[in-house]
Each structure stands twice: as C-alpha cells, then as structure tokens.
Design a protein around this ligand. Structure first.
Ligand SMILES: *[C@@H]1O[C@H](CO)[C@@H](O)[C@H](O)[C@H]1NC(C)=O
Ligand SMILES: *[C@@H]1O[C@H](CO)[C@@H](O)[C@H](O)[C@H]1NC(C)=O
Ligand SMILES: *[C@@H]1O[C@H](CO)[C@@H](O)[C@H](O)[C@H]1NC(C)=O
Ligand SMILES: *[C@@H]1O[C@H](CO)[C@@H](O)[C@H](O)[C@H]1NC(C)=O
Ligand SMILES: *[C@@H]1O[C@H](CO)[C@@H](O)[C@H](O)[C@H]1NC(C)=O
Length: 403
C-alpha cells in the first residue's frame, strides 16, 4: 500500500491512531518466565547497541503528548535486531517514573520512503513493519510497548533476529503517546483517557465523539489536558523517549523471524484495539463474574517455530494467552504490578509482562492455523480504553506445514 499524504504530522494522525498501539507479553508453566530482575541484560558477544533519543517534547501537568516522528534516528545498514528498549527520560537523562509521565504507548516500525525530492512536502511511503495479522495496517509495528516497557524483555535468543535495513530508502517512524499525570484529580482516569476528565466532546478530526464512548485514544490526543486538582500548579518539563537498539550486522548465520500481533478485539471486519471493562456487581471479586475474558480467533499467515511471545495489557489486566487450533497452549503472559515508588516499581502500574521463550522447535504454529487469543481483566473497577494483544516471533520453515 502506498499512501500519498500532504502534511506528515497532521494528516497521518487519523490514520495512525489506528496503527498506534503498544504491544505484547507472556509466560506459561512450560516456559520460564522472563522478566528482567533489574536493569538490562548484558547481551554480550557480537551484539552491538546504539542509543537514540526522540526529539524533545514538553509537557505541562495533565497534558498529553502523541507525536509521530517520521525519519527517526536508527542504526544504518542491513542488520538483525535482537532487542529494542525504550523509556521516557528527562533532560538530564534520568528515568521518569510512570506516576509522573505515564507511557501510554510507543511504537516503532520501518517504511520505504518512496517520495521523490520534487514532491514538495508530500510523503509517499510503503509501510514495512510486521507480518500481520490485523487487516489494514492496524498494529503494524515491529516493536511497541507501554507502561511495562522497563521490565519486559524484547530479546530474541539464539540465531534469531528481525531483519531490517535492506533498502536504501528505508526510514523509521516512532510514535510516542505519553500523559503527564502530575497533579491530576484522577491519575488512573487520565491514563485511561476518560473523556469526562479531559472535557472532550469533539475529536481531533473536529467530529463529535459518538454517544456512549467513555474513554480511549479518541479523547486523549496530542495537546489535550486532563483535569488537575484545584489550585495545583506545576512547571512544564521537557522529556525524550530514549531508545536502544541491540543488533547484529546482517550475516547468513542469522535466522530472520516474522512478527505477528494478535488482537483480542478482532471481529472479522477488523481490530478495534481498545475496549472497555465494566465493573462487576458482586463485592466478591474472586467470582468469575468479576473477570472479563476478551477473546478472539485470528489466523497465522505463515507458520513456523515460535521463538518468543509476550502479551500487552493495561492496568486491571490479569493475564493473556494464546492457544493453537487444537487447544494447545502457545504462550501465557502475566503482568507484574509495581508496589513502590521507584522507577520500574510504580505502585498500581503494570511495570513488566512475563514472556515466553519456548525451546526452538518445541512450539510451532502452522500456516492458516486459527489461534485463540484471550486477555483477562479484573472487573473490580471499571476501565476504559484498555488493550489485549499478543505478540509472537515465528521462524518460518517448510516443515511447519499448512492447515
Ligand atoms: C523522504 O525522502 C525525501 C526525498 O529524499 C526526503 O526529502 C524526505 O525528507 C524524506 N522524508 C521522510 C519522512 O522520510
Ligand atoms: C469544557 O469544554 C466546554 C466546551 O467544549 C467549555 O465550555 C467548558 O468551559 C470546559 N470546561 C472546563 C472545566 O474546562
Ligand atoms: C467469594 O467467593 C468465593 C468463591 O465463590 C468463596 O469461596 C468466598 O468465600 C467468597 N468470599 C466472600 C467474602 O464472600
Ligand atoms: C482467563 O480467565 C479464564 C476464566 O476465568 C481462566 O479460565 C483462564 O485461565 C484465564 N487465563 C489467563 C491467562 O489469565
Ligand atoms: C513489593 O512486593 C515485593 C514482592 O512481593 C515485596 O517483597 C515487597 O515487600 C513489596 N514492597 C512494598 C513496599 O510493599
């Protein structure tokens, strides 16, 4: 698909709101949970790292940032990406806690810039990104996470990596959606993009928000403000998304994986990405009535060995899983909640997701196989604009077969 767009920063937003999204996470009894105990692994060997920053963005208390950075800095040349880490930092490079700046999501993907220089501000592009599975370039990112960024491993083990940088005109898009919740009346409501807290009745495109839409990205666009406590005054601050690419220079010994993102809101016509959770009537939250199980079935385009898996959930999430057509478990991913104040352990926030690292060859998906995805949320309180995704890296090979 080639898009011809007049003004990069503006016209893309409506379209990209759909692509946006963070991603992923997972664990199961069969596979070791893989959460970084603290800090980052030393990947060692020939793995190189390169750290970049997004352009600076400034937020006042309560303010939302949602920017698409086209042509973002990235490693040049043909490489295999082994891992991709990101976090919000301040001007001094210090990590910023989620209870000050909530990282709603960041996503990153590559595209071919097919513009000719005479195109006068028009960007003509072809999205490369991942290998599926939502229709219409929704959730097309190679990497993307949200509040769980700091403790969720994106590492691809062994000889596996994501192959990028094969084209001279390949470029990178970084989308950062962050919410400054300092001084807000209801931080959870703000980070769930509740329309009433933002006093939003008209969307970014100028059209009225439809009745019954209580919260989600449509009420949380760039530059809007969440309600502050009476009399709260705080200075604006400058932040960056700092991201680190762990990679290998490309060689024939690297085995390239395909990336698939399954969405628990998929319904034949498309992926809705976000959904709401209503609170249960029972005071006894241990009853099944008090768990929402959001479910969908999606097909694997090209099968192979599952190398890595992870789910993505928002606060309230209690676990996600994917199952093969015969009911076998492929990956279960459980959120880790913070219970302190320090960066990476912010109370009430999902600070990490467990991941799946099946022994390569031990877990396969087949071409055309129907995958059942579920994402469980606690209904002890209501939520708006939550997500339930599952991300897997698959090494395709002919023995994986077709259904
Ligand atoms: C795309 O390529 C054109 C022509 O080389 C260049 O002028 C432009 O800055 C590039 N834009 C992006 C967003 O990659
Ligand atoms: C909410 O928005 C309406 C118009 O959209 C405006 O009249 C009103 O003053 C706003 N309320 C607050 C508290 O900002
Ligand atoms: C909640 O429900 C569970 C299972 O139905 C039951 O065992 C438990 O006693 C109930 N707790 C309360 C406080 O009602
Ligand atoms: C999701 O909830 C269902 C129903 O309570 C339960 O059977 C299943 O094990 C849960 N799965 C995960 C991954 O939380
Ligand atoms: C947070 O949880 C950990 C692990 O369960 C526990 O060891 C620690 O004491 C808790 N900290 C606080 C401040 O509750």
């Amino acid at each position: 698909m080639v898009l011809h767009i007049r003004n990069q920063m503006e016209a893309f937003k409506g379209f990209l709101v759909l692509l946006f999204v963070s991603t992923l996470a997972t664990t199961s009894p069969a596979f070791a949970a893989h959460i970084f105990p603290s800090g980052r692994e030393n990947y060692g060997g020939d793995v190189k790292t390169a750290t970049f920053r997004s352009p600076a963005f400034t937020l006042a208390p309560g303010e939302v940032q949602n920017t698409f950075y086209f042509g973002s800095s990235f490693v040049k040349g043909h490489i295999g990406i082994k891992a991709f880490d990101a976090e919000v930092v301040d001007e001094d490079g210090n990590s910023v806690p989620l209870n000050e700046v909530y990282l709603h999501h960041w996503i990153v993907f590559n595209y071919l810039n097919t513009s000719v220089s005479s195109s006068n501000g028009m960007l003509s592009w072809t999205i490369l990104g991942n290998n599926g599975v939502c229709p219409g370039y929704v959730l097309c990112q190679l990497f993307g996470l949200g509040s769980e960024t700091r403790l969720t491993s994106t590492w691809l083990p062994g000889p596996y990596a994501i192959e990028v940088g094969q084209y001279d005109n390949e470029a990178w898009l970084l989308n950062v959606h962050a919410i400054d919740t300092r001084g807000t009346v209801d931080p959870l409501g703000c980070l769930e993009c509740r329309c009433d807290l933002y006093n939003i009745t008209v969307g970014e495109d100028g059209r009225p928000i439809k009745d019954g839409y209580k919260g989600g990205l449509l009420c949380c666009y760039d530059g809007v403000h969440c309600q502050l406590k009476d009399g709260y005054v705080g200075e604006s601050r400058t932040y960056y998304l700092q991201y680190t690419v762990h990679y290998l220079d490309w060689s024939d010994s690297i085995l390239p994986v395909k990336i698939y993102i399954f969405d628990s809101t998929y319904e034949g016509s498309g992926c809705k990405v976000e959904f709401d959770v209503s609170s249960c009537s029972s005071q006894n939250v241990s009853t099944s009535e008090c768990t929402l199980m959001q479910e969908s079935v999606m097909e694997v385009p090209i099968g192979g060995d599952v190398i890595y898996g992870v789910s993505h959930q928002h606060a309230g999430g209690i676990g996600g899983a994917i199952y093969g057509q015969d009911g076998r478990e492929i990956c279960t991913s459980i959120p880790l909640y913070g219970n302190g104040t320090e960066v990476g352990n912010e109370a009430g926030y999902i600070v990490g997701m467990t991941t799946c690292y099946p022994e390569p060859g031990s877990v396969q998906v087949m071409s055309g196989e129907s995958i059942r995805l579920l994402s469980n949320y606690s209904r002890s309180i209501s939520h708006t604009g939550v997500m339930g995704l599952s991300y897997i890296a698959v090494y395709p090979h002919s023995e994986a077969g077709t259904l």
